[in-house]
Design a protein around this ligand. Sequence first.
Ligand SMILES: [Zn+2]
Length: 243
Amino acid sequence: MSEPVKTQALVLRTIPYSDTSKIATLLTPDHGKVSVIAKGARSRSSKYGNLLQPLAELEVILHFKPGRDLQNLSQASLSGHRRLLLTDYDRMMAGFRILDWLLKIQIPHPDAGAYFSLAVRVLSVLGSAETLHPALFAKFYLRLSQLNGTEPNTFECGSCSKPFGQFDPQQPVGFSTATGQIYCEDCRRNMKTDAAVETPVIELIGHWLYPGQISPPASEPDRLQYESLEHLMEKHLRYHLDL
Ligand SMILES: [Zn+2]
């Protein structure tokens, strides 16, 4: 027997199925990623209209049977409206990048609620903020690595344990994606680091991870520093998720 389950859902992907139906991959807070079949969703008189599109945030009723590969969708209504995600090309593409990550990574069921909230939060910013922060993706990557338990350690040198606060701020900080550790100016050359990062970038990562304990950088990072932060966080995440 399958039971009707009402849940919030973010549509990650849809594919056509048979002449009239669709299969959709949903991210839900309680059941993680779920594949559903929406019968009749492609017919003109479908009760789903054009709701079943990637990026849509819905409230759905599923006929849920644990262990089954494909669940049945029986109702859907729109729960979040993100106008800019549908009308601004760059934002839509950025939204698809978020969905792409969610499709690629493993989302364990007990943590699905945290992944769901993160996704909805980022998409809400993308879909409504007047200007987008240059560190939006860097922060998304960092939060994903936190959920996954692989966030970097920015407290001290991974080799000699010198606290980050005592590093020479004029010297680049070594960072290793493999260990997720930072390395001071003395240890950087002897360790296998794969990036030399400027001080404000590490300060910002530390502040995002421990906002109560670590202050933000005294001066805001510039565009290149934000780019290097995004690149670094993406590389770190890919390494630890084996992508
Ligand atoms: Zn050191």
